[in-house]
Design a protein around this ligand. Structure first.
Ligand code: GTR
Length: 329
C-alpha cells in the first residue's frame, strides 16, 4: 500500500538520484598521484595546475593532488592511471619502461648529453613519438617535467671511477635497465620504492642509491649516505599524464583548458626545478654531505657498453630512436 510516508521517501530518493546525476553531468573531480612532498618543485607546479583547471572551468572540473605517494608506489600508480582508477599524475619515465617499451630509451645511461638537450628532444618531434606510444597504453602526456641528472651516493666512500661501485648495494627504480647499469660497474642493484631507501641504508640492506639533489635532500638521504658523486648517469624526463579514459570524457574546450594549464605547469616546474636543484645541493653540503665532482665521465660512459649491447639485442628497432635523440643538439 502506498502511504504518504513511503511516497515521500520514494520521492526523496528519486530526487537524490536525479541530483547526483545532474551534478555529475556538470561537475567532475579528478584524483592525481604525486610522489613528492608539499613545497617540492613538482608539487607546487601540480597544485597550480589543479588550481588553474578548477578556476578556468568555473568549477566544472576540479582536481585534487595526493602528495607523498599516499595513493601507492609509482609502478602501481602508473597502472592505476592507465586503467582509469586514478585520473592524472606526475610520472618519471623510468618506471614507465616496463609498460611502454620505447620509453626505455630514456633510461639508457648517458643517452642525453645535457639537461638542455633533453628539453630540446622532448619538446620536439622525438618527444611526440614517446607521447604517441604512451597514449597507446592509456595515458595522455600533457607536458614534460624535469628531474635533473641522477648521481650515485652511498655511506662507504666517494665514487671516482666505475671500479668504486664494485660490491656496493645500490637501490634503483623499477626497471631492468638500471639493474644492468649497476651490474656493469660491478655493484648489486635492488629495485625498491623511494620511501624505503633511508631505512634500508640504516639497516645495511643497502649501501646507497642514485638520484638528483632535490630527492637526495627531500628524503633526508644525506643523513645516511653522505658520499654523493656526480656520476650524472641518467637524465630522465617526467610527464604530467592524464588517464585516457578521463581525458576522453572531456569536451574539446575543457581538454584545451587542461592542456594549456599543463603546459604552464611544465614551464613553472622547470624554473622551480633549476633553483631547487642548486638549493638542495647547498643544503646537502651544509648538512655534511661530501660532494665529489667527477670531471671526466668517459670511464663511466665506456662502462655502459654492455648495457647498450644487451638493450639493442632485446630491442633492435629502438637503436634508431637513440640515434634520433643523439642527432638533436
Ligand atoms: C625522483 C622522481 C620520482 C621517483 C624517484 C625515485 O627523482 O622525481 O618520480 O622516480 O626519483 O627514484 O623513485
Amino acid at each position: 500500500m502506498i502511504t504518504a510516508k513511503s511516497l515521500l521517501r520514494t520521492t526523496a530518493i528519486a530526487a537524490a538520484i536525479l541530483c547526483t546525476a545532474a551534478s555529475s553531468a556538470f561537475a567532475t573531480s579528478w584524483r592525481g598521484w604525486n610522489i613528492h612532498a608539499p613545497g617540492y618543485a613538482n608539487t607546487v607546479a601540480l597544485e597550480d595546475f589543479a588550481k588553474a583547471v578548477g578556476e578556468k572551468t568555473g568549477g566544472k572540473l576540479t582536481l585534487k593532488v595526493y602528495n607523498n605517494a599516499v595513493l601507492g608506489d609509482q609502478p602501481d600508480a602508473i597502472e592505476q592511471t592507465r586503467n582509469g582508477a586514478l585520473d592524472f599524475g606526475n610520472f618519471n619515465l623510468g618506471p614507465m619502461g616496463p609498460v611502454v617499451p620505447i620509453t626505455n630509451v630514456l633510461s639508457l645511461p648517458f643517452v642525453f648529453s645535457s639537461e638542455e638537450q633533453m628539453h630540446h628532444v622532448m619538446d620536439g618531434k622525438v618527444g611526440q613519438e614517446f607521447a604517441d606510444a604512451i597514449a597507446k597504453k592509456g595515458l595522455i602526456v600533457l607536458s614534460w617535467f624535469d628531474s635533473g641528472a641522477r648521481s650515485m651516493f652511498n655511506d662507504k666512500h666517494p665514487i671516482k671511477t666505475p671500479a668504486d661501485v664494485k660490491g656496493l648495494k645500490i637501490r634503483v627504480m623499477d626497471n631492468q635497465l638500471y639493474v644492468d647499469m649497476v651490474d656493469a660497474m660491478g655493484g648489486n642493484a635492488t629495485p625498491m620504492p623511494m620511501g624505503s631507501i633511508y631505512q634500508s641504508i640504516t639497516t645495511g640492506v643497502l649501501d646507497g642509491a642514485e638520484n638528483n639533489y632535490p630527492s637526495y635532500t627531500e628524503f633526508n638521504l644525506y643523513q645516511v649516505a653522505k658520499y654523493y658523486s656526480t656520476t650524472d648517469h641518467l637524465i630522465i624526463p617526467e610527464c604530467l599524464c592524464v588517464a585516457k579514459k578521463s581525458w576522453d570524457a572531456l569536451d574539446p574546450k575543457t581538454q584545451d583548458i587542461v592542456r594549456q594549464a599543463a603546459l604552464a605547469a611544465s614551464k613553472e616546474q622547470r624554473e622551480l626545478w633549476a633553483k631547487a636543484s642548486e638549493k638542495a645541493k647547498q643544503d646537502a653540503i651544509k648538512a655534511g654531505a661530501k660532494i665529489n665532482e667527477i670531471k671526466d665521465l668517459k670511464p663511466f660512459q665506456d662502462a655502459m657498453k654492455p648495457v647498450y649491447a644487451k638493450f639493442y639485442k632485446k630491442y633492435p628497432d629502438l637503436q634508431k630512436v637513440v640515434e634520433e635523440i643523439r642527432a638533436v643538439k
